[in-house]
Design a protein around this ligand. Sequence first.
Ligand SMILES: [Zn+2]
Length: 233
Amino acid sequence: MANSSLCIVLRASNYKENDKMLTLFSREWGRIDALARGCRKPASSLLAASDVLCCAEYAFHIKDGRYYITQAVPKTNFYDIRKNMNALMTALLLLEICEKTVMPAEPNGRLFALLAGALYALANGSDHKKVLLFFVYKMLDIQGLRPMLDACVLCGSEPATKINIAAGGVVCEHCTGEKVPPQYIEMIAGILHTPSKNIHTTELSYDKDFYNLGIRWLRSSLESEPKTLSLLH
Ligand SMILES: [Zn+2]
């Protein structure tokens, strides 16, 4: 197909009588707003590919810089995520983060693979907090904010088991930071070394403080607070 791309639907809004405006994360082109004409009619061939969380190969007609979906071949809609409220809220948070992060005409294949790997894990029963922790640290890496773990991020000295989130990594005994258990740093390193497709099969024995550290790190990396974050438990 000419002008076609594998995409995940980040947002879907009703438009006019039978249409939807979709915000898509395209593996090839970054963020795209595309009109799905007639997709709300029951017989529409686009019906199955016009909701959030759908992953499909979309074909477009591009006119005056606007994208019109002409065809869609659904791959998955991660259906089972909807059976668990925590999995669903986490998935919606990941979509919201991608919507804020992915720019039009800026392909980001690594973030696309991370989102797909995280949604697959959620659809297949992975612990939602584990999935979110993987997503946060791997996203930091992809965005050029990979936590520095092998030397003090402020002065380059031998690191202590201390972290400074704002500075972006571990710090030494003399620099400002918060003390953390040594295994926290090993866990972050382990996450960074795990391929996105292995999120589902990789164990992580985190505790409440490690989870909260991840959430604070996520917050510090985003310009605005995701709405979905406050709904998560
Ligand atoms: Zn230092």
